[in-house]
Design a protein around this ligand. Structure first.
Ligand code: ZN
Length: 368
């Protein structure tokens, strides 16, 4: 497995609305894998691979927008794999007279996980500035009993660059991107990063098409890998980019919960790490097409690729937006379970990641 690519994807900052650095990295990685590459008005990267078999050395054509089209009998089946590029993060909202930065969240943070964080403030003209984040208030030595019980809100956290206020005000603008800054780690069979959600899907989208290209097996359907924007704030990029494709089949490729850890009852586990890639039956935004889920599961069973079924009571993924494009399409969710999701220690099992890659690689060429 190309773990080096996953590491580079995870260590590149990109919050909702500021995915451009991740997109540039992806563009440099997919050279020769697609026939057409377009960026839509919301910044999603739409990569289209026409059916030919066998096929080598795709021409690279880059356009800036795409017209939507409607399906005819002669058209190949259009598949969209939706892989969101954004990670949860912050926008600078205020700089006070002492140089402390306040932020507005972009995505769902649990503030219990935000104490004592290393951060990067990504500026336009002064590079990425190191900083730390903590809530305002007293440290343990002088905290009151009431202080100790309190879970602060995001607005109570501040970013400290350690720089004089005048310098901060010169370098940092309202609206600059702020991300957590933690290294990618490989720990035995586990992978740890601050944004496996959802660079794992970006990795899967690239590596599945690369594997199909290298095998020379060909495919009958048109494969669109869409690296979408702004998923973490409500599946926004997936909606517009799906209109450019008008898919017949949409797969939301994403992460989900693995609560197979102490303190969570077994009926709330969602997925169990190491038991295979998850097929999402239902979440807060989508009920998967049950025949498509069965089809994916059958490919897994036939090829010996481990899969598990999962239901997420709240939250969702891009498949939910794509499913409702135009007259609607068949949609499913292909998910990798993460422990400690939406923290800087998101943890995946390599076996589940490999199962996701193997399932996409086995299923895509067989779609008629
Ligand atoms: Zn996600």
């Amino acid at each position: 497995m190309n773990i080096d690519l996953l590491k580079r994807l995870c260590e590149t900052p990109g919050i909702p609305g500021r995915e451009e650095r991740v997109r540039e990295l992806i563009e440099s990685e997919i050279e020769g894998l697609f026939d057409d590459i377009a960026i839509d008005g919301m910044g999603s990267l739409i990569c289209t691979r026409d059916p030919r078999a066998p096929r080598r050395g795709a021409s690279k054509k880059k356009t800036t927008s795409r017209r939507s089209s409607s399906s005819t009998d002669a058209d190949p089946t259009r598949i969209a794999l939706l892989c969101h590029m954004d990670e949860i993060g912050f926008y600078v909202s205020h700089i006070d007279d002492k140089g402390f930065i306040r932020v507005n969240p972009a995505g769902g943070f649990d503030t219990r996980n935000l104490f004592s964080r290393r951060m990067l403030v990504c500026t336009k003209n002064h590079g990425d500035i190191h900083a730390v984040m903590n809530p305002g208030g007293r440290p343990i030595h002088i905290a009151t009993e009431e202080d100790k019980k309190k879970v602060p809100e995001v607005k109570e956290f501040m970013i400290d660059t350690g720089l004089p206020a005048a310098q901060v005000k010169k370098m940092v603008r309202i609206g600059d991107m702020v991300v957590t800054n933690e290294p990618f780690l490989e720990m035995g069979d586990k992978l740890v990063s601050k944004c496996l959600d959802n660079r794992i899907a970006c990795w899967l989208g690239i590596e599945a098409v690369r594997a199909i290209e290298q095998s020379g097996v060909g495919h009958k359907a048109q494969i669109n890998v869409v690296f979408t924007t702004q998923e973490e704030v409500g599946l926004r990029g997936a909606l517009t980019s799906s209109f450019a494709i008008m898919p017949d089949i949409a797969i939301g490729v994403d992460t989900t919960l693995s609560c197979d850890t102490p303190g969570v009852p077994s009926e709330e586990t969602v997925t169990i790490q190491g038991q295979g890639v998850a097929l999402g039956v239902m979440d807060g935004y989508m009920i998967a097409d049950h025949t498509l889920t069965d089809e994916l599961e059958a490919v897994g069973d036939k090829k010996g690729i481990p899969t598990q079924r999962s239901i997420l009571p709240r939250g969702g993924q891009d498949g939910g937006a794509a499913q409702r494009t135009g007259v609607g399409c068949r949609a499913a969710a292909l998910l990798v379970g993460l422990r400690y999701i939406h923290t800087v220690t998101e943890m995946a099992h390599k076996r589940d990641l490999k199962a996701g890659l193997d399932l996409l690689t086995a299923w895509l060429p067989g779609v008629k």
